[in-house]
Design a protein around this ligand. Structure first.
Ligand code: NAD
Length: 478
């Protein structure tokens, strides 16, 4: 069985006990054992990152390119094996899991290129004789805290820009998926990272995550996870002046208009709401449908939802894998019960028995809901979508925007006028036209507004806003 150790300075180290990494498709199977850190180990990791910071900040872009490019190639070469690990510890169907690993490899390669593409400005001063240089510098030591639902892609899209722009790192992955993060760190270390540049600590959010985000050695924290945790991290960082970036929840609307191509609408809803077991921050959890197409859309979608094959993540015919753990499964079932009490009609959403003991839940579609119901206001994070019937486009737009979240919003329409209007007026960081609300490119900005995101965008060229700080230098050559 694999041991998932901490990486501190140049060493792989154990900790005070270990926790099993359990397969949600078969809870008898332990994928690995993760060492558990404590506050003292976190302090050792942040000190190691601090000690390595100056040298890495002044390393050349070629060295950073070489490491990230080699690591990206290695992740891509091992995508089948790492995909199996991801599917086994998180429960994503094997095809989706392998695609996520490939995405992580591509992200590493993208940021290898970014290390070489850094730019600055040289401009005349308003004062005669002086010139001004505007350059970018690393922030210093960054603490990265990641969730369980993208076990390798999210660590990759934080670690890669952090390293590319010259920062040193302490990564704390979710305690539910320690395996993928450990493999990612191992690959980066083996690709030639100097000791102390990338550190890894496993353990609980409150103790290990809490110690990391409040460490005086940490200059900046990038977090992805729930709203409650994100806000507590901001509260820990802001008083100390620590830079903070938060990517949090969503309650993303997919609007289906009367003029929609129904095949496109149903496919976008199935993909957006149920792929990855609905456990995506960008999941299409609210389906806002106009009067004229409502009944036909619901009928066709319900039929597709009933046919989605739920099963073991490694079974090739599985479309919807298990829920990640029993806690999340109870949460999904509780929300379905609340939706039914509030007047919604639930199709699916039942515990399913398979050959292996796993957290299997059939996908659920809740019809006859209104915007004020809890199922339409709060993030469930499961294979659950609810339908809200509205009169027309204006009502659909208003309903789509009636949320505290603002991550992704989609519209299915054949009207250019509605598509363009929606793109301009949807209160979300990402808008999808005739496409699922989930599924994004790695080379363009990712993020949202209001309760969904705080701070600069992640990914693509915009990642440098968070991972660098600007210096303005005045030079009088005399
Ligand atoms: P979570 O907030 O429970 O945990 C996320 C991480 O924070 C974990 O590593 C956890 O150990 C750590 N943590 C928990 N308490 C902490 C504390 N007090 N201090 C420091 N760290 C702490 O979230 P989760 O259940 O792992 O992930 C699901 C959530 O993530 C959903 O709300 C989902 O929408 C969100 N998510 C958002 C995005 C995005 O980019 N917007 C992407 C994926 C997931």
């Amino acid at each position: 069985m694999d041991q998932y150790l901490h990486r501190v300075g140049g060493e792989w180290v154990g900790g005070s006990g270990s926790v099993p990494d359990v397969n949600p498709s078969d809870t008898r199977e332990v994928v690995g054992e993760a060492a558990q850190a404590d506050a003292a180990l976190v302090a050792a990791a942040t000190r190691a990152a601090r000690a390595a910071a100056d040298e890495w900040a002044h390393s050349g872009p070629q060295q950073r390119f070489e490491v990230l490019d080699a690591a990206g190639a290695q992740v891509l070469a091992r995508r089948a094996e790492l995909g199996r690990l991801l599917a086994s510890e998180e429960g994503k169907p094997i095809a989706e899991a392998t695609a996520e690993v490939a995405r992580a490899g591509q992200i590493l390669k993208y940021f290898a290129g970014e290390a070489l593409r850094q730019t600055g400005d040289l401009l005349p001063s308003v004062r005669p004789g002086l010139s001004v240089e505007v350059t970018r510098e690393p922030v210093g030591v960054v603490g990265l805290v990641t969730p369980w639902n993208f076990p390798i892609a999210i660590p990759a899209w934080k670690v890669a820009p952090a390293l590319a722009f010259g920062n040193t790192v302490v990564l704390k992955p979710s305690e539910l998926v320690p395996g993928c993060a450990t493999e990612l760190v191992r690959i980066l270390v083996d690709a030639g990272l100097p000791d102390g540049v990338l550190n890894l600590v496993h353990g609980s959010g409150a103790e290990v995550g809490g110690a990391l985000v409040s460490s005086p050695d940490v200059d900046a924290v990038s977090f992805t996870g729930s709203v409650a945790t994100g806000r507590s991290i901001a509260a820990a960082c802001v008083p100390d002046g620590r830079k903070v970036q938060l990517e949090m929840g969503g309650k993303n609307p997919l609007v289906v208009l009367d003029d929609a191509d129904l095949d496109v609408a149903v496919s976008a809803a199935v993909n957006g709401a149920y792929f990855s077991t609905g456990q995506r921050c960008t999941a299409s959890s609210r389906l806002v449908v106009t009067e004229g197409v409502h009944d036909a859309f619901v009928e066709r979608l319900a039929e597709r939802v009933r046919g989605l094959r739920v099963g073991h993540a490694l079974a090739p015919d599985t479309v919807v894998g298990p829920v990640v753990d029993d806690r999340q499964l109870r949460k999904d079932l509780d929300y379905l019960a609340i939706a039914a009490q509030e007047g919604g009609e639930v199709v699916g959403g039942e515990r399913v028995e398979r050959d292996t003991p796993g957290w299997f839940l059939s996908p659920a579609l809740v019809t006859g809901t209104t915007g004020d119901m809890r199922i339409n206001r709060e993030e469930v994070f499961g294979p659950v979508a609810s339908v809200v019937r509205v009169a027309d486009y204006d009502a659909a737009l208003a309903e789509a925007n009636a949320t505290e979240f603002g991550l992704s919003a989609g519209v299915v329409t054949t009207s250019l006028r509605y598509a363009k209007h929606f793109a301009r007026h949807a209160r979300a960081g990402m808008v999808m036209v005739n496409a699922p609300t989930a599924g994004v490119d790695p080379h363009v900005p990712f993020g949202g507004s209001r309760a969904s995101s705080y701070g600069p965008r992640e990914q693509g060229a915009y990642a440098r806003e968070f991972y660098t700080t600007v210096k303005t230098t005045y030079v009088d050559p005399g």
